[in-house]
Structure formats: structure tokens, C-alpha cells
Design a protein around this ligand. Sequence first.
Ligand code: CTP
Ligand code: MG
Length: 229
Amino acid sequence: MVTVIFPAAGKGSRMQAGMNKVFMPLGGVPILIRTLLQYSSCSEIDQMVVVVAAAEVDFVKSVLSKVQGLKPYNVVAGGSERQYSVLNGIKSVNGSDDDIILVHDAARPLISHETITAVIDGAKKYGGVIAAVAAKNTIKVCDNEGVVKETPDRSTLWEIQTPQGFTRKILLEANDRAQAEGFLGTDDASLVERIGHPVHIVKSDYRNIKITTPEDIIVGEAFIKSQEQ
Ligand code: CTP
Ligand code: MG
């Protein structure tokens, strides 16, 4: 059984659109629906959990009920941080220890079938994998005054995307431990890393951007146009 959890309960504050950015259209289709349709057309996916703000649950249920071609899905309420939203999604998924759970940002509608499949295969093999691309820029570590402290070797640096895929057992254990110990991470794998389980990267592609700021809409629409040609 392969389940995908889609955190979509953010506010989209960096987009400055006055609404949750996942409801904004990208190439004429709302970002959330684009993401769900892309996963729904992937034969390996069995079911989906869409996590939205409590106040948006009824609206999203009503919108999705009119969309054709979605894999079986559930809509659940999220939390104040992405990690809490994902946790609510995980809690809603029953199954066995070796089922695969992917976590995918609803705000990444340009995900390819190749990366989805590679993450599922990797999660089955290793228990924990994350989609990644090689860092293109030099990255510096700075202190609070903006003084550079370190320049890590770029060849060791990877920009992490979603999907991040795990066995249900590992993801549950990692989230239980993070909750008990009050740890808040910026991605799902960081919770798994801290319980000592190795996380492998799966090479993704540079099109799988997270729609975050207004210029990402321009870039995302250009990618969609180039795929239509
Ligand atoms: N997300 C979530 N619950 C939260 C915060 C974020 O489910 N409490 C989701 C977002 O909806 C998004 C994904 O996590 O699909 C990645 O987060 P991000 O890009 O940071 O989206 P937002 O938090 O909405 O944007 P911002 O940080 O600019 O407010
Ligand atoms: Mg955010």
C-alpha cells in the first residue's frame, strides 16, 4: 500500500497573495489540484491524504468532489507548523509497518512520475529516501551578524525537495519521538535522521520547484508551457 500525504495547510505568506497559495491557478489549474492529478495518474499510488487548515476542510472537500480522475483521498485538518500538519495526516493512515508513506508538498505541482516512482522504490529498499538535486550555488554558513563562518564543499551539498518516502513504521517512530522530545524540523527526513535511521537521496530534477514566492509562478508556468509543446 502506498499512501501520499499532501501538506497544504500553510498560509502562503511569502507569496503575498492574500490567500493560501495552493488554491492559486498555475497554467489555469489550481496548484493543489495539479499536484493531486499528477499523483493520481501514477499507477503505484493507492491513496492520498490532503491536509488543509481546519477552516478550509469543507471548501476543499467540495472542490475536490467535482474533480474527475483522483485516486481515493481523504481531507484532514492540519496544524500550525508543517510538521504538525504531516503528523495529523500520518495519524489518519492505517496500515502495516512496511506500507510506504510519501510526504509531498502540495506546493510542488511539477513533480515528475520518474521521481515519484524512484522515491517509492527507494523507500521500499532503504526505509527512508528524499528527492534531491545537486546545489547549483555556493552555500555559506553565516552567523547572526552576517559574517561568513564556513563554505561547505559544494559537491557535498544537495537541495532537498519532496516527495520524501518512508516505511510507515519508521515515519511513525520518527514523528512520535519528535513530538515527545519537542523537536521541530524543516522537513520530514530530519525527524528520521535524528532517530539514527539512514536517509538516502534520490536524484530528482530542477523543475520540481516549490511554488513559494511570486516569481515561482512565472517559472512554473514557463515549465508547463514547455511541456505542452
Ligand atoms: N504547510 C502545512 N501546514 C503548515 C505550514 C505549511 O501543511 N502549518 C504546507 C504548505 O501548504 C505547503 C508545504 O507545507 O504545501 C510547504 O510549505 P511552504 O512552502 O512553507 O508553504 P506555506 O507555509 O504556505 O508558505 P509560507 O511559509 O510562505 O507562509
Ligand atoms: Mg511555510
